[in-house]
Ligand binder design. Structure first.
Ligand code: 2M8
Length: 447
């Protein structure tokens, strides 16, 4: 119950604790995603972490993105993990075996897949925050943004070139981990057809050692499939064209597509402000428009919610998850459809569910049969996603909605434990504590 929770910290104390989390998880060149569970740099975590760092120190914020971008593959992909020397996370660099991939970066070890492209959003936020701080901060952030703009353009071009592979126009992923929502019920059907080969090399999970209860993490069956997909990708040396041809898992991800659309527009905007790259800006606008249309077209007629596309099977996956609200991030669905989606979001099936501790959209509808209140991406609330929606709503001019999400996000996180995710009915922190991206978005909310 709510009574069992530690009391809510006042804003100043909460901000101090959040800053301490980022400091404690800082190795000097990067902030790890979490102290024990994730002792490396994750791609989309790094973007949110940089947003939090921007409130503390512009120089440290840009350095974080710089570390990530220094690990960019030569074809443009930003890898989903940049490994530190820490042990204790599985699968580590040896299991990924990217060392023989011709397009890998030379000086650092990484995984061989990617994550949602939220980096341009982080760069936008860093520039905006710095401009409000001081002239020197603004110059630092703008100089950095101008310097890395091409690298982000090349990342977006990689997605447009290699990951739009069918008529749906959705951005395809070759592993559930690429969605960031690892064990979401969105992927149950496509994963059901991933059958690990008998030649899957043996392994031992380490993630379960870092959480209170295995019921907060994916199952062993899930993990065998995750590892099998890595095995398939490793066997084609992570060549992007072979990967989409051979992976047993190939899904058009509507949420990633919405973020791609939004990020292309944001990067185009930054390009207009800071560079003279007219042609590349025009390309970004075109990708943004195509992705926006793909998301709008993925809506199911009955619910109005966006769906994913199982490309291997040729069917839609319409599971009631938070990804269904993707059109609200990037627009394109039309005013009527958006109003309907917003009322769905407010309804008792979602944020308006009477038993929620905080009115933050859960990862899965509490009324869905797949809902599991403790298990990772199958029900709990994720502050980082609340931040994304609040930022996008602000940008779309829905100021009071953005403010309300921020208030509710702070209610969820005010105990100062910085959980990775939260149990929706009690507000109990789950997974890791002192999770960097949670601390980062709290810092941004409190600014
Ligand atoms: C989780 O994913 C990793 C694999 O990438 C894991 O469970 O080992 C996800 O929540 C993902 O979205 C996140 O980026 C990562 C680090 O926080 O953890």
């Amino acid at each position: 119950t709510a009574e069992a929770r530690p009391k809510m910290l006042p804003a100043l104390a909460l901000a101090e604790r959040a800053a301490a989390v980022l400091r404690d998880n800082d190795t000097g060149s990067l902030v790890t995603a979490a102290p024990r569970l994730y002792p490396h740099m994750w791609s989309w975590d790094a973007a949110f972490i940089a947003i939090g760092l921007a409130q503390l120190d512009t120089g440290r914020a840009v350095a974080e993105l710089d570390t990530l971008l220094a690990a960019q593959w030569r074809d443009g992909m930003i890898p989903h993990i940049v490994f530190t020397s820490a042990t204790g996370y599985f699968p580590g660099p040896d299991r990924w075996g990217t060392d023989t991939a011709p397009q890998r970066p030379r000086h650092v070890r990484t995984s061989g897949i990617c994550q949602p492209p939220v980096h341009a959003i982080a760069l936008r936020r860093i520039v905006d925050v710095a401009r409000r701080k001081s002239r020197a901060d603004a110059e630092l952030a703008e100089g950095f943004a101008t310097g890395v703009w091409q690298r982000l353009y090349r990342w977006h071009r990689w997605i447009a070139r290699y990951r739009i592979v069918d008529a749906s126009g959705l951005v395809a992923i070759v592993h559930g981990w690429e969605s960031g929502m690892d064990n979401s019920p969105r992927w149950d059907e496509p994963y059901a057809r991933v059958v690990p080969g008998a030649d899957l090399p043996p392994y031992a999970r380490l993630d379960l050692l870092a959480v209170d209860d295995p019921a907060e993490r994916p199952s062993d069956d899930d993990y065998r499939r995750y590892l099998w997909l890595i095995e398939q990708l490793r066997r084609v040396n992570y060549q992007p064209d072979h990967a989409v041809n051979t992976s047993d898992f190939l899904v058009g991800d509507t949420f990633t597509t919405a973020l791609f659309s939004l990020a292309c527009d944001v990067l185009a905007e930054l390009g207009e402000e800071l560079t003279s790259e007219r042609d590349q800006v025009a390309e970004l606008r075109q990708w943004a428009g195509q992705a926006r249309r793909a998301v709008a077209l993925s809506r199911r007629p009955d619910s109005g919610m966006a769906a994913d596309r199982d490309i291997r099977q040729g069917n839609w996956i319409a599971t009631p998850t938070l990804a269904g609200f993707s059109p609200l991030l990037c627009g394109g669905a039309g005013r009527r459809a958006e109003a309907d989606l917003l009322s769905t979001m407010d309804s008792s099936d979602w944020s308006g569910h009477p038993d929620l501790f905080a009115a933050v959209v859960p990862s899965v509808s509490p009324r869905a049969r797949q809902f599991d209140r403790c298990r990772y991406w199958r029900g709990p609330q994720w502050p980082v996603l609340a931040w994304l929606f609040s930022w996008a709503f602000e940008r779309r001019g829905w100021t009071s909605r953005a403010a309300e999400l921020r208030t509710q996000g702070l209610r969820l996180t005010a105990d100062g434990s910085f959980g990775e995710y939260y149990e929706p009915f009690t507000g109990r922190p789950l997974g890791s504590t002192n999770q960097s991206w949670t601390a980062a978005v709290v810092l941004d909310w409190l600014a």
